[in-house]
Design a binder for this molecule. Structure first.
Ligand SMILES: [Zn+2]
Length: 325
């Protein structure tokens, strides 16, 4: 209860931040109160270890390895207390024929954690679970890309299942991001709830590998009203939370606006925040293994993302009111 009041106070400070009040004083109290960690670090790493194991054969969409990864994600959804919208968590995803390997179908894994408030507003958290598969006889395990994002999604679902959010949160582990983004498009084109009630997407893609302790939040160039929330989190984050990689004036490579599943939401004018690290030496290499991620940074990055999601959830009505449709 004391925390709820503290958080709401922090929010009011954010809304009135323009009046020169800094939210950081309130956040510093929260940070001090936060320990012990809200994230089970051992489980977080275990999820990456399992998904990035050779037995998953690089989790390519439409392959047996992809299906094995999905079965694991479905099991973990259940364990985390995520509810399914219907009898199954799986949402079929049609794969593009251009792939040339004859695989036709993949599937997203989708569910939700109910909110405390009687509201039809939803926040969506996405992370793709597929990766590149086997190429040239080498398995691309994709520990950072993106077993880490899926593990972070599961950790936050576990947290919110125990600490009810204000609004319902939809969790979507997406398929077929690599090479096509088909999973993200399938979700946005037929979401489990009325698309008008989806206020925003928080997308996680590569959140476990940084030697510089730097995590990026991308999207505020397009949705500047989200900036005060991220600034408040950045002020006390246990990692360097940097905003950027969304300015179209920059190089194509530098602009991440269309480089992961948040693009499908952005195309429908649904605001997004994309959390990710800058490309590293193991990006899209067979060396992107469990052994090359940076575990301490990873746990701190997930704590930081959880802070951002909590703040946005608490003020989702205001976020909704600032959206332009
Ligand atoms: Zn990725």
């Amino acid at each position: 209860m004391k925390r709820k009041i503290a958080l709401t106070l922090a929010l009011m400070l954010i809304v009135t931040a323009s009046s020169g009040q800094s939210p950081s004083r309130q956040m510093s109290k929260d940070v001090a109160i936060r320990a012990p960690s809200r994230i089970n670090a051992a489980q977080l790493l275990e999820d990456v270890k399992v998904l990035a194991d050779d037995s998953m054969e690089g989790r390519k969409a439409g392959t047996p390895g992809g299906a094995r990864a999905r079965a694991y994600v479905v099991r973990r959804f259940r364990e985390a207390g995520i509810k399914s919208f219907g009898s199954s968590y799986e949402q079929p995803v049609k794969l593009s024929p251009e792939r040339g390997d004859g695989a036709q179908q993949g599937a997203n894994v989708v569910g939700y954690v109910g909110g405390k408030e009687k509201s039809n507003l939803y926040l969506v958290i996405t992370a793709h679970y597929d990766h590149l598969g086997v190429k040239g006889g080498k398995i691309y395990n994709g520990a950072d890309d993106n077993a880490s994002g899926v593990a972070a999604l599961l950790a936050m679902a576990t947290y919110f299942n125990r600490n009810r959010p204000a609004h319902s949160i939809i969790f979507a582990a997406l398929d077929a991001e690599e090479g096509s983004g088909a999973g993200g498009r399938a979700f946005v084109s037929s979401p489990p709830v009325d698309v008008r009630h989806i206020v925003m997407d928080v997308n996680l893609d590569m959140v476990s590998h940084s030697d510089r302790n730097e995590l990026y939040a991308s999207g505020t160039y397009h949705y500047p009203f989200l900036k005060p929330y991220l600034d408040a989190v950045a002020a006390h984050a246990p990692v360097k939370l940097l905003l950027g990689h969304d300015d179209p004036a920059g190089s194509k490579r530098d602009d991440w606006t269309t480089q992961s599943d948040h693009q499908a939401f952005h195309r429908e004018k649904i605001p997004f925040v994309y959390f990710g690290v800058e490309d590293h030496k193991d990006y899209h290499q067979p060396t992107d293994d469990f052994q090359t991620i940076t575990p301490d940074f990873f746990t701190r990055a997930v704590e930081t993302i959880l802070d951002a999601v909590k703040l946005l959830d608490e003020d989702l009505q205001a976020v909704e009111s600032k959206r332009t449709r």
